[in-house]
Design a protein around this ligand. Sequence first.
Ligand SMILES: [Zn+2]
Length: 475
Amino acid sequence: MDYEAVIGLETHVQLKTRSKMWCGCANEFGAPPNTNVCPVCLGLPGVLPVANEEALRLTVLTGMLLNCDIPRHAKFDRKNYFYPDVPKNYQITQYDKPSTQSGHVDFEFEGKIVRVHITRAHLEEDVGKNFHFESNSGVDFNRAGVPLMEIVSEPDITSADMAYTYLNALKDILIFGGVSACDMEKGMVRCDVNVSVRPKGQQELGAKIEIKNMNTFSGVRRAVDHEIPRQIDVLKAGGKLTQETRRWDDTAGITEVMRTKEYAHDYRYFPEPDLMPFEPSDDWIADVRKRVVELPLARKQRFMTMYNLPAPDADTFVNDRPLADYFEKAVRSASNAKAVANWVINNLRAKLTESGTSLESVKIQPPQIQELITLVDSGKISTKIAQDVFTEMFENGQSPASIVEQKGLAQVSDTGAIEQFCDEVIAANPKSAADFKAGKAAALNFLKGQVMKASKGKANPNLVGEILERKLKLA
Ligand SMILES: [Zn+2]
């Protein structure tokens, strides 16, 4: 029997805000333990939470970026559980009335555009962090109360690679939208992975097995790659899978049971009595909508259709936003976008890396790229000379025309001058001339190279070819 995997992801993302979710403490990574804390985020008695409006905006913005509905009535709930890193003994989250729901993400996977539906993206708060030392443990509450968004996908994912690609697409969207820095090293993105398998064709889902607290995307891919065959093996051997939570041991490369359904948490959710429901006005939503940006996939597709660029060039521009902005300025007046893209990607980017210059301080004005291309296209300079002109432009920001003028780099298209170079080269290389006449076509290239050399690269190579051939055939 054939089996198929059904995978859903719950992705937790720290939001890019200055302060925490319910208090004014800084939302910053790396401060000394328990320095960004106050009575509110430590859960001391008698304090009240005040919602961070920017976190609400970023959550609704995420909903817009993920094509979600934005309900006009959302609320917060208490999720009760007792754990040392949860100072209030409950977490404030959104249970049955989230801020966004029913969306989707489209992304490229194995050469096709695939869609994963989004159940919801809701707002909650992060917890502190436990540290275990040799003989005691400690808790750092700096992270407690940091705004955290949970993005829940539908179980539309069918493989480890697809899960990995989805997570990267989601991360790119959140970075593009300015929602989160998504710094994995700083634990800003973590996910829980639900994996089940079922016989192919069966509608009913298999037992839901959750792998908790994954903090790298490559870890997710490895864990899912391990988990799918493990579950299939259990079923094939006649065993039964039951709902359980597992943890991923990255070193051993296996998942292990954390708790079974019997020990599942009962969170006793109830509406948060200290916070009003969240009912955004039309104006408030319109303001958030102004922050919606063009997403990576849309940008890629636009670069491919609008400028006729091949996919690798479009990808380069999607991944390097400043370079893409520069290209778009350079291409404005251009007739050949691909030529502009080549100069920007192959030459400009290489020079930036080589010299350690940032794009903001680059001296070449975007329209000058087009001027350079025009000089080549019109035959004024050769492509080889254009490289030297570009280097000059990069160094001093001068216009390509004035560099060509000052340095006398204009291509020699004066047939009289070229004829003279050709005569000299033929006279100096009788053997090659004879070879060509005897039918060795390659000899012409050698002679052409000699003429280009004699002209210091300035002769128009097409003219050189024509004149040489004519002269040799006559001789
Ligand atoms: Zn605080």
